[in-house]
Ligand binder design. Structure first.
Ligand code: G1P
Ligand code: ZN
Length: 555
């Protein structure tokens, strides 16, 4: 019978979860006891609930996932956990973890991913705790975990427990007279089954294969060598009958083939070029752990995530899940353009603006007030789970296109003609020196909150409101402060600036620009927004503080 060993340890600084879990360089996680400390702290935060309960464990297949899955099994066994559901070979997409937590009513789950950050021994790793609703732990839980990491002195482990995570099935162990069960599950089955309940696969299949009324609709789906590969193959090839040539980069790799697995115009440029130069009606890409999505149409027509959210909000009636469940409110993160607000207003639905990070949507969904939400950072999802869901978004788009018979571009043009258009762009300045960026944000906050700023004119824009965004959750009244500087102008245009909470080193500055046009809807976002971008760069003195004269990524 394998025995429990108690190991003495010391706290590490900085194990504070950010926007989405604890994210650091792989080599930071490889330090002695670093990972063990954090896992023990997660379990300690759930101490009173561990016995008799189940936890889900899985990750995006990046470097270190397998080793950490093994550590979690051994540490959970020593801490009196009753059962773990582990994805085969440690593979589960983030949306699949959320789906499985909810389906099997588990205590929660541990997700091993640094999402869209690069992988491999010199890149990033991450650990995130999700609660019993399937969503990322709220601030009070992550704060509790963090507090435990600052005082930890011991962790418990069963070093000799050997679990075969490559074999689907139940393995039972005896640990100190208790039974500990690990059930290794098929990584894709539950998730794919759920997608088949949510969508009408028959209709999507007819769209892809063509019919008497319509030629085949040609798609190209790019998994960027992230975790969605097996899910994409099962859904698109086995279920929807698409040809092999409709999918690419579907083998999960520990280093994502050296690519940056973030589905945007810069890092998914291969997909964009192939669709632009090829005979494709639709392209989609997903990030490392499968929760982000990018949607493009014929000729690589780009759908901004803010618009994608608004179009889906206006089209949910085409999706069986919403036909059955009905549609409650909509929500977006604060920096996301307000296109969806117009749909909510027209439909008489509640609309919520929350801080950046998916964890802020969960309470609203649990309270039955929120059906569909999204973030400008390529996140779209619904209350079917409590994470954003890349594949879900692609299937939602295909369901809408199957029903309307329109192209992606026509869908957007018609939407803008009806609701007007929120032009949007985001500039990212990645891995800048931290101190000057912190100084820049302080100086900007001081400037925009000083007397006389509201009412002043910046170029042709008159300031109507300026603050550091704070949010009170309408369900539990918890408050999140300092969630980003925003300047709102009299015509509704906005400049938003915040520092990223997901980077593993240095500071990443994000600048978001949003401007509404009722009639002039067919322009280029970069041209239309140029005057406001210039105002923002000058106001924040961004080039001076960051030492950069151009952003790393423009969306
Ligand atoms: C970024 C995005 C945010 C998203 C998060 C996790 O966080 O901006 O919308 O929820 O990744 O995918 P940030 O790095 O800006 O803190
Ligand atoms: Zn992700």
């Amino acid at each position: 019978m394998p025995g429990v060993v108690v190991v003495n340890t010391k706290p590490y600084d900085g194990q504070k979860p950010g926007t989405s879990g604890l994210r650091k360089k792989v080599k930071v996680f490889m330090q002695e006891n670093y990972t063990e400390n954090f896992i023990q702290s997660i379990l300690d935060a759930n101490k009173n609930a561990l016995q008799g309960c189940t936890l889900v464990v899985g990750g995006d297949g990046r470097y270190l996932v397998k080793e950490v899955v093994d550590k979690i099994i051994k540490i959970a066994a020593a801490n009196g956990a009753t059962k773990l559901l582990v994805g085969q070979n440690g593979i589960l997409s983030t949306p699949a973890v959320s789906c499985i937590i909810r389906k099997y009513k588990t205590l929660g789950g541990i997700v091993l991913t640094a999402s869209h950050n690069p992988g491999g021994i010199n890149n990033d790793f991450g650990i995130k705790f999700n609660c019993s609703n399937g969503g990322p732990a709220p601030d009070h839980t992550t704060n509790e975990i963090y507090k435990l990491t600052t005082t930890i002195s011991q962790y418990r482990i069963v070093p000799d427990l050997v679990c075969a995570v490559d074999k689907i099935g139940v393995q039972t162990f005896n640990v100190e007279d208790r039974q500990f069960v690990v059930e290794v599950i098929d990584s894709v089955k539950d998730y794919v089954g759920y997608m088949k309940e949510i969508f009408d696969f028959g209709k999507i299949k007819t769209l892809l294969q063509g019919s008497e009324q319509r030629p085949p609709f040609k798609v190209l789906i790019d998994s960027m060598n992230g975790v969605t590969g097996p899910y994409v193959k099962t859904i698109f090839i086995d279920e929807l009958g698409a040809p092999q040539s409709a999918v690419c980069r579907v083998t999960p790799l520990e280093d994502f083939g050296g690519a940056h697995p973030d589905p945007n115009l810069t890092y998914a440029a291969d997909l964009v070029n192939t669709v632009k130069n090829g005979d494709y009606d639709f392209g989609a890409a997903f990030d490392g752990d499968g929760d982000r999505n990018m949607i493009i149409g014929r000729g690589a027509f780009f759908v901004t995530p803010s618009d994608s959210l608004a179009v889906l909000a206006a089209s949910l009636a085409h999706i069986p899940y919403f036909q059955r469940a009905g549609v409650a409110g909509f929500a977006r993160s604060m920096p996301t353009a307000a296109a969806v607000d117009r749909v909510a207003h027209a439909a008489g639905k509640e609309m919520f603006e929350v801080p950046t990070g998916w964890k802020y949507f969960g309470n609203l969904m649990d309270a039955g007030r929120l059906s569909l939400c999204g973030e400008e950072s390529f996140g779209t999802g619904s209350d079917h789970i409590r994470e954003k869901d890349g594949l879900w978004a692609a299937l939602a788009w295909l369901s809408v296109l199957a029903a309307t018979g329109k192209s992606v571009e026509q869908t957007l043009v018609d939407h803008w003609k009806q609701y007007g258009r929120n032009y949007f762009t985001r500039y990212d300045y990645e891995e800048c020196p931290s101190d000057p960026c912190a100084e820049m944000m302080q100086a900007l906050e001081k400037r925009i909150t000083s007397p006389g700023f509201v009412g002043s004119a910046l170029g042709r824009y008159v300031v109507a409101k300026a603050d550091n965004f704070s949010y009170m959750d309408p369900v539990d009244q918890s408050v999140a402060m300092k969630q980003g500087l925003r300047i709102i102008f009299e015509d509704g245009s906005r400049i938003v600036m915040r520092l990223s909470g997901t980077g593993s080193s240095g500071a990443t500055v994000r600048l978001y620009i949003d401007s509404y046009e009722a009639k002039d809807v067919l322009g280029s976002a970069q041209e239309m927004l140029k005057p406001l971008i210039d105002v923002a760069l000058e106001l924040a003195e961004l080039p001076r503080y960051t030492g950069r004269d151009a952003p790393t990524v423009i969306t």
